[in-house]
Design a protein around this ligand. Structure first.
Ligand code: HEC
Length: 395
């Protein structure tokens, strides 16, 4: 900035009126809610996610909050559309957010200035290229998120028109665009309005003269030369409002009805089905079969004529215990599965295996409940039960 000219620092320039600031805060609230409640679902295995889910009142609550915030976002977008229509049509303001060739020039000149290749920053208008890019990125993001969000919210309606694979594709796009949007806000937006220098205009509504010189020099020049956009006459405003009000009303009612259909169309994605029966034996052996064990060679089997078809400790059961239990019950002291003698001896409160009766064997009760730190798979448990039922033989 040029520090040689003594500029009156107290002069401020209105940048955002109160309605625009309210819009911004609505956006902040809904965007943040969407980001938090969405990211904890996308990154459910991240250690912080379950903590946040619990703080917010559970996953059902998180999903409902996400949808409420999405609805607020969409309604705000409709209001924004109407307010732009008002400014452009009724007040005949120029479309200061539309990108043009000058923005491209400004971008190149800024790059050159930052690299030390240009002496001056470009003089930029009411909205500079950085702000325009961010604004249109937001519009683009809203369109993508609303489209993919609709597909996730209403999967049956969607797949009536489109093939089924669009639903997981929409999920991937929704999550990826969300990450992009959050990063854009945290890196790009925060850098430009908070870190590079603190821009208070969304709080106060005003920019200082220095800020105007640096980022909107062209607009400042025009303001100082008195080149403000002419106010329209009250008669003309009245005349234009007569067209605007009915058109805007019909359009926004139609859009609001669209949002209403969007959020109520179907409940498929919202209702969580009750979890299915947890303990289901997917595979139950009809006849006891010895499990093949790498430690038992054919010659060994030949020398150990165990009762045909019956399970034994040496014939594979020991391996199951070693695999599932020995991490905690392997050493001396306490209940040990290290060998046949110690497992039959049991733990500190006596035997845990009643040969011939798995249901009265405490070992089955302990691990069968599903609360023990160690567990067998469904199939292994069936095998162990059969082994006990057949007499819990060693060989
Ligand atoms: C992560 C560690 C861990 C694993 C793995 C584990 N347990 Fe345990 N188990 C314990 C603890 C701790 C106790 C309670 C202390 C004790 O009694 O020794 C216990 C106690 C038991 C008891 C009661 C012993 C008694 O004193 O009466 C049985 C039976 C038992 N476990 C069976 C099993 C079986 C079978 C497996 C393999 C499927 C297994 N445990 C795997 C930690 C483990």
């Amino acid at each position: 900035m040029d520090t040689t000219t003594a500029t009156p620092t107290h002069k401020v320039y209105l940048r955002f009126d109160i309605l625009q600031r309210i819009e911004h805060w609505l956006l902040v609230a809904s965007f943040t809610t969407l980001a938090v409640t969405g990211l904890v679902q996308k990154f459910a295995l991240f250690p912080l996610s379950p903590v946040i889910v619990r703080l917010l009142g559970g996953i059902e609550m998180v999903r409902i909050l996400h949808r409420i915030a999405a609805t607020v976002f969409m309604v705000e977008a409709i209001y924004h559309l109407v307010s732009i229509g008002y400014k452009l049509y009724v007040e005949k303001k120029s479309a200061s957010m539309l990108p043009g060739f000058k923005d491209l020039q400004d971008a190149f000149q800024t790059l050159a200035f930052n690299l030390g290749l240009a002496k001056e920053r470009p003089k930029m208008g009411r909205y500079n290229f950085v702000e325009k890019a961010e604004y249109w990125a937001l519009v683009w993001g809203l369109v993508i998120m609303a489209l993919t969000g609709f597909m996730l919210w209403n999967p049956i309606a969607t797949t009536r028109l489109l093939p089924g694979e669009v639903v997981p594709a929409a999920k991937a796009a929704h999550g990826a665009e969300a990450v992009l949007a959050v990063l854009a806000i945290m890196l790009w937006h925060f850098y430009h309005v908070h870190i590079r220098h603190w821009n208070a205009s969304m709080f106060t509504g005003y920019l200082t003269r220095e800020e105007m010189e640096e980022e909107h020099a062209l607009e400042l020049e025009m303001l100082e030369q008195g080149q403000v956009e002419p106010e329209i006459s009250p008669e003309e405003r009245k005349r234009r409002l007569r067209v605007f009000i009915p058109v805007a009303s019909v359009l926004s009612l139609a859009l609001l009805y669209g949002v209403f259909r969007f959020v109520t169309f179907e409940e498929t994605a919202i209702t969580t089905l009750p979890p299915a029966e947890r303990e289901v034996a997917a595979f139950v052996r009809r006849t006891p079969t010895p499990i093949p064990s790498p430690t038992v060679t054919p010659t060994m089997q030949a020398t150990q004529p165990a009762a045909a078809g019956s399970l034994t400790w040496d014939g594979g059961v020991a391996d199951i215990f070693a695999r599932r239990c020995s991490a905690c019950h392997g050493q001396a002291g306490g209940f040990s599965v290290a060998d046949y003698r110690s497992i039959m001896k049991g733990g500190k409160s006596g035997t845990v295996i009643v040969p011939g009766d798995p249901d009265r064997s405490r070992l089955i009760q302990v691990v069968g409940e599903g609360k023990h730190p160690g567990a067998f798979t469904e199939i292994e448990l069936t095998v162990i039960r059969e082994w006990i039922a057949a007499g819990a033989l060693e060989r």
